[in-house]
Write a protein that binds this ligand. Structure first.
Ligand code: 5GP
Ligand code: ZN
Length: 139
């Protein structure tokens, strides 16, 4: 279902103009309005899913296949040197638009602005790591 108050639903439906680089029945791929690099794009499903928790596995799989195809195509077209594929869920993880999307971020060796996506590291004891592993085991 499309959500009337969702900006990405309206962009995906073509109600709000966007710089579209790919479209099919289920997805639209647009240039990000505030790009991290030249060619930074977003894969938007046309259906509304808030995040990874809401999207069904089949659509998530198709979105990832499209990410693979777009990355291959964009790397050739942009002659970029690498790529980040990023997907944020919930505010604490940096999500600002609550309609599932995948970031496609081309990276260039000699870019002026090449903020590598990094995080600081936490440390856990071996015992804590074992507890974490046990709590996360898929049974
Ligand atoms: P998030 O932080 O939710 O993972 O990413 C949202 C992204 O959407 C940001 O990179 C932001 O620049 C982009 N964005 C927000 N509003 C618009 C818009 O109206 N049009 C386009 N093309 N991108 C948008
Ligand atoms: Zn939406």
């Amino acid at each position: 279902m499309k959500k009337d108050d969702c900006i990405f639903c309206r962009i995906a439906a073509g109600e709000i103009p966007s710089n579209t680089i790919y479209e099919d029945g289920e997805f639209r791929v647009i240039l990000d309005l505030a790009p991290a690099s030249k060619g930074h794009a977003l894969i938007l499903p046309k259906e509304h899913y808030a995040d990874i928790y809401e999207i069904d596995e089949e659509t998530a799989g198709k979105a990832m296949k499209l990410a693979k195809r777009m990355t291959t195509h964009m790397t050739k077209a942009l002659a970029c040197d690498g790529f980040n594929i990023l997907q944020n869920n919930h505010e604490v993880a940096g999500q600002t638009v609550f309609h599932f999307h995948i970031h496609l971020i081309p990276r260039y060796q000699n870019a002026k602005n090449n903020d590598i996506l990094m995080w600081s590291h936490e440390t856990f004891t071996e015992e804590e790591m074992a507890q974490i592993r046990d709590s996360l085991k898929v049974k």
